[in-house]
Ligand binder design. Structure first.
Ligand SMILES: N[C@@H](CCC(=O)N[C@@H](CS)C(=O)NCC(=O)O)C(=O)O
Length: 230
């Protein structure tokens, strides 16, 4: 039987990109029933009384290096952005996450690729993710039709979409989330919650699966599990 795993994420979060791609790669090998649950990290931070790591100078400096190491390790094409203050704090991700939420309502099979394209746009190309034109490009790259993109653009201003994103964020908070990514794995009749992209060996232990590094189809000798079966 497939294992239900829920991934709560915001595309503003670079660590969430690592977790997202890793879970997508393990979907087959671990027989995961993977649920994408887009939420709004800014709202979650407020609910949880947390603050973004980038606001702590030493953490911000650490992250600059850690994200580059993470990109190499996870084989995710993430690059540091040129103006983090403007991009992460002034512009933020609310409209983008509303767009993802609209896609989740209207064209749920496209949520995965739309989310990925937002990460590519922000965390590889260092491009805007707040304007309607940006959403159009993301939608096109993800394979949505022009009509669907237009519908999602109209929907992102509706109360239904705003409320849905708010509810998802509140739900994540109620489940103990305080940052992104947040993973809930359903196994042995329990919910197992994880924060971060660095918990996969422990998730594997809980699921009684084999962790062979971030890319199970092409494991590295350095992951130490070359001879093991999944
Ligand atoms: N150690 C985690 C860090 C993840 C992380 O820092 N996520 C940020 C968003 S990019 C966050 O929500 N942080 C909240 C916190 O650190 O309390 C990992 O490697 O994935």
């Amino acid at each position: 039987m497939a294992t239900k795993v829920e991934l709560f994420y915001d595309v503003l979060s670079p660590y969430s990109w690592f977790a997202f791609e890793t879970l997508c790669r393990y979907r087959g090998p671990w027989n995961l029933d993977l649920y994408f649950r887009p939420f709004f990290l800014g709202g979650l931070m407020n609910l949880a009384g947390n603050k973004p790591p980038m606001t702590v100078p030493n953490k911000a400096q650490y992250m600059q290096h850690d994200l580059q190491r993470g990109a190499e390790y996870f084989k995710v094409p993430l690059r540091n952005i040129s103006d983090p203050v403007k991009t992460l704090f002034e512009k933020g991700s609310l409209p983008a996450m509303r767009f993802v939420t609209a896609v989740a309502k209207e064209k749920p099979t496209f949520v995965e690729e739309v989310s990925r394209q937002f990460w590519w746009r922000l965390w590889h190309h260092d491009e805007d993710i707040t304007e309607a034109e940006s959403f159009k490009e993301v939608g096109e790259r993800a394979g949505l039709s022009k009509e669907d993109i237009q519908q999602c653009l109209e929907m992102l201003k509706t109360t239904a979409v705003k409320e849905k994103l708010k509810k998802e964020t509140e739900y994540a908070y109620e489940k103990g989330a305080f940052g992104s990514p947040y993973i809930i794995a359903h196994a042995n009749g329990e919910e197992h919650c994880f924060f971060g992209s660095d918990r996969f060996p422990i998730l594997a232990m809980v699921l009684k699966k084999k962790w062979i590094g971030p890319d199970p189809l092409s494991p590295s000798e350095l992951d130490g599990s070359m001879t093991s079966k999944l």
